[in-house]
Design a binder for this molecule. Structure first.
Ligand SMILES: [Zn+2]
Ligand SMILES: [Zn+2]
Length: 124
């Protein structure tokens, strides 16, 4: 039971860190931030837990930036601006043109996302 308790403690810490972060960290970034407080944490554990969060819907993957999947603990509908220069991922309100929302879909949508790719003001 001890192992299980340790595992759920790690899970809670990963979840808390992801929810606290507003910069949409990668698995490696989460690992780097949590390592000081959980010395026996492995990158594999971070990946496994992130996969679990995605499955249960408590986190989303906002896309691959610079070869790294980036994660978001914020799951309410919102859009993203992804800077291809500094790999910054910035939250935006979700605004869709009325027409798009009224458009009949060829099936039942489970989810949708909106991302802008380009160069942020910081880098422009
Ligand atoms: Zn930038
Ligand atoms: Zn976000």
């Amino acid at each position: 039971m001890e192992v299980q308790r340790r595992n759920s403690k790690k899970r809670d810490a990963i979840r808390a860190e992801l929810c606290r972060a507003t910069d949409h960290p990668s698995a490696e970034e989460l690992f780097r931030r949590l390592r000081p407080q959980i010395p026996d944490l492995s990158l594999g554990t971070v990946y496994r837990n992130l996969a679990l969060f995605l499955q249960e819907g408590s986190a989303i993957c906002v896309g691959t930036v610079d070869g790294q999947d980036r994660f978001d603990g914020r799951t309410d509908p919102h859009a993203h601006f992804i800077c291809e220069k500094c790999a910054r991922v910035i939250d935006l309100p979700m605004l869709l043109p009325e027409d798009l929302l009224c458009q009949p879909l060829p099936g039942i949508a489970r989810d949708y996302s909106l991302s802008f790719y380009g160069v942020c003001n910081h880098c422009a």
